[in-house]
Design a protein around this ligand. Sequence first.
Ligand code: PEP
Length: 262
Amino acid sequence: HHAERSTVWVGPASHQVPIGPETFTFIAGPCAVETAEQTIEAARMAQGAGATILRGGAFKPRTSPYAFQGLGVKGLEILADVREATGMPIVTEVVDARDVAVVAEFADMLQIGTRNAANFGLLQKVGEAGKPVLLKRGMTATIEEWLMAAEYIAQSGNLDIVLCERGIRTFEPSTRNTLDISAIPVVQATSHLPIIVDPSHAGGRKDLVVPLSKAAIGVGADGVIVDVHPNPEEALCDGPQALLGNDLRELAQAVRRLPAAV
Ligand code: PEP
């Protein structure tokens, strides 16, 4: 392991949540913010399962331009209301350099998605926004390229960066991406940055979320970020990978056995 690994603190001073080597941080929420009701319900499910940070996409980077693109600023407002109601800090993606300021105004942590992981101008702007950054691995990025993307954020002096392994593109079609579980110890050997796993976007299937989360725990990741939805069949984005019911309870149990967040 890298001699001294960092902890990144997320959220307002009154209730900051750590991501780092001392704890296992459970982040959960809807893939996309669709309505106020769906978001608060998903947040309550997440919090009930032990999640301490809420995820939710307001600006969605969809493969098809005809797919739901997210609610934009309206989605950010919903997330802020849900933070108020639950006390959970929020992480949400910024897909365009023109939106960095408005997303930073609402969010506690800015997410860079896999499709923008080599968008160097966006990485620099997000670094300058002064909020913690969640940097997904590019789906075709080597670990070296991923760490260099983090350097673009760090250039502005912002070292509050959390890496997220979310699967890479391989020849295997039975999962959406192939979770590169070895990336976690490999990164930890060379980088001080916290690293978490997204088992939802890695597998693209809800039956894989619990086993991949257990793999993340086993290999020493600093947390997981998981999609939950109160009604996955009606989800506007990635319904098949959203967790609820027994699966969410099983994940909650696996996470509860770990050292609690301080
Ligand atoms: C997401 O987390 O909402 C997302 C789109 O993930 P990724 O960029 O890893 O596909």
